[in-house]
Design a protein around this ligand. Structure first.
Ligand code: B12
Ligand code: SF4
Length: 483
């Protein structure tokens, strides 16, 4: 069977002239995960339109498209194209799960929720000539004994961070603006892989650098602590995301740092406790952000702070206040978002009820546009304030100011080069991408992330999978019961 997997991009990411580096960071792991369930004799092609042009002149038997809200229009166009050419069309992903009836118009079969449970079932039914129109992932979902993603289908040279890895699904928390509760409804909304499988996957990845894309890497402390213990001495440097509370509670962050963690994406989201309550972000309430930051800096870790603008308590002063706080606290990078009510979320329901949704042009639901009426700002103020926050945070003066706050010269320099290199040379990144030079940049990133204090390369050890095998089984049962 000829199978084609497609990840459509945002319009701007498809421009042949200029591709922002952020779209050439991570390969399409979700699709590579699905490809692992296909037959090894299938002729499979995986195309990621963030980094390549779609070949439309082929005739696959089966077309699998991953649909996000922002790429949904292009996803539906591609689906229609291949339908005309006689292919069987599958649509799945976050947007299909949120609005299945919209997606169903363009597909032979749609998938609601994660694919590890429903996609293999579809393949069996398809083989028997009896596929269903709709598959819904339910209570039996698991990652245990999942085949490793088909990384051989990924064009590694096209990405700055080819070694992205996901070892869990979902998150134990329930923020109102997050896609998570809707996507995972009907079953567990947080579960992990086996530790031995994770270690095997890590071992299979060349180079030193890893980027864990899990929503909350520290979400199941016992599991991840055991993993970090095993990773000590593997010579890896890695990045990931976690909550403020998971940094402050226990000594997980120390274990992560010893294992090779070098920078952490932290969801601060807002400096207002009213906003935290409004968005059900309980895990951040009454937690001391400054203490968490101090701890990360003491460990020599870089911090990427994530912030949302436009929550109900945000007035016109929120942008500068948030930027100043980030600079004062020497955040290495900041990711700002315009609050976006994604269909399916509790936030969307509430805004809809209050008649605050301005339009349903999904392409603009990209966390850069105000698609709803904020309470203490106009939509224009929100969009302009969001842009000004980026401009302020990434001004040379603020980059220098934040870098100088660190105590060691090593950390000062690392901060300066990482932040400057990331945001001040967008055009240069564009040229590197177009010249096919991204593969030469990874060693530079690894060098920046390496840390003399923690250099664990010399101690590289052989990992024994057997000794943790039993741990996995009992821990996984705990996990299933507790989440
Ligand atoms: C890496 C990443 C990116 C990368 C690469 C995209 C990719 N798919 O790999 C890049 C940088 C390109 C990116 C861009 C954007 N992203 Co992004 N991204 C992520 C991130 C961190 C990880 C994705 C991932 O690898 N997940 C792990 C894999 C295993 O899961 P998966 O991809 O969801 O695939 C599974 C299922 O969805 C399902 N599935 C998916 N497709 C299909 C199809 C079929 C047929 C079937 C059966 C199943 C199926 O099966 C897979 C296995 O379970 C997620 C956060 C998250 N946890 O998902 C945000 C996330 C998806 N991104 C988000 C956003 C907002 C964006 C941008 C709009 C940002 C921007 N302003 O530019 C763009 C939009 C891109 C687009 N194409 O439209 C939001 C989406 C919110 C929403 N409700 O849609 C998320 C959820 C972050 C967040 N917490 O808010 N992103
Ligand atoms: S902590 Fe992050 S991933 Fe978890 S529910 Fe909240 S926003 Fe979503």
């Amino acid at each position: 069977m000829k199978v084609k997997l497609v990840l459509p991009s945002l319009e701007e990411a498809g421009s042949p002239l200029w591709r922002p580096i952020k779209y050439a960071l991570f390969p399409p792991l979700g699709l590579a995960t699905l490809a692992a369930y296909l037959n090894e004799n299938d002729a499979i092609e995986l195309q990621d339109l963030h980094v390549e042009k779609l070949n439309l002149n082929d005739d696959p038997d089966l077309v699998i498209i991953q649909v996000y809200i922002t790429n949904s229009k292009r996803a539906y166009d591609i689906a229609s194209h291949y339908k005309m050419r006689g292919a069987y069309i599958l649509l799945g992903g976050l947007h299909v799960s949120a609005l299945p009836d919209e997606a169903a118009k363009f597909a032979d079969t749609i998938f609601i929720g994660p694919g590890e449970q429903s996609f293999p079932q579809f393949l069996l039914d398809f083989k028997k000539g009896n596929p269903r129109k709709r598959y819904i992932s339910t209570s039996g979902r698991t990652l245990l004994d999942q085949p490793p993603p088909r990384r051989d289908l990924i064009k590694r040279d096209k990405y700055l961070v080819p070694n992205s890895i996901v070892i869990s699904r979902g998150c134990p928390h329930h923020c109102d603006f997050c896609y998570k509760d809707d996507f995972f409804k009907g079953g567990r909304s947080f579960y992990t892989q086996r530790i031995d499988a994770v270690l095997k996957e890590i071992e299979s990845l060349p180079g030193r650098h890893l980027y864990f894309l899990d929503d909350h890497l520290f979400g199941y402390p016992k599991f991840v602590k055991a993993l970090f213990k095993e990773m000590e001495g593997m010579g890896r440097v890695f990045q990931g995301a976690a909550t403020v509370s998971s940094i402050l509670d226990g000594d997980l962050i120390h274990a992560a740092s010893k294992a090779g963690l070098r920078s952490l994406f932290v969801g601060f989201e807002t400096l207002s406790s009213i906003n935290l309550k409004f968005s059900n972000k309980k895990q951040n309430l009454n937690r001391n952000y400054d203490t968490a930051i101090k701890l990360l800096h003491e460990l020599g870790l870089m911090i990427n702070g994530s912030f949302v603008f436009g929550l109900d308590d945000d007035g016109p002063d929120v942008f500068k206040r948030t930027v100043d706080w980030g600079v004062k606290n020497a955040l290495t990078t900041a990711t700002y978002h315009v609050l976006t009510p994604y269909p399916g979320t509790r936030l969307y329901e509430q805004m809809n009820k209050e008649n605050r949704i301005i339009h349903k042009n999904w392409e603009l639901y990209d966390t850069r546009h105000a698609v709803y009426q904020p309470k203490k700002l106009t939509p224009k103020q929100l969009e302009e304030g969001y842009k000004s926050a980026y401009a302020m945070f990434y001004s040379w003066s603020n980059i220098v100011r934040a870098s100088m706050i660190h105590e060691s010269l090593h950390h000062k320099l690392k901060h300066f080069f990482y932040t400057g290199g990331w945001k001040k040379f967008e055009n240069l990144w564009g040229m590197i991408i177009n010249a096919g030079g991204l593969k030469y940049m990874l060693p530079l990133l690894e060098l920046l992330l390496s840390d003399l204090k923690h250099n664990n390369q010399e101690h590289k050890k052989e990992v024994t999978f057997m000794n943790i095998h039993e741990f996995n089984k009992s821990e996984m049962l705990d996990n299933i019961k507790s989440v």
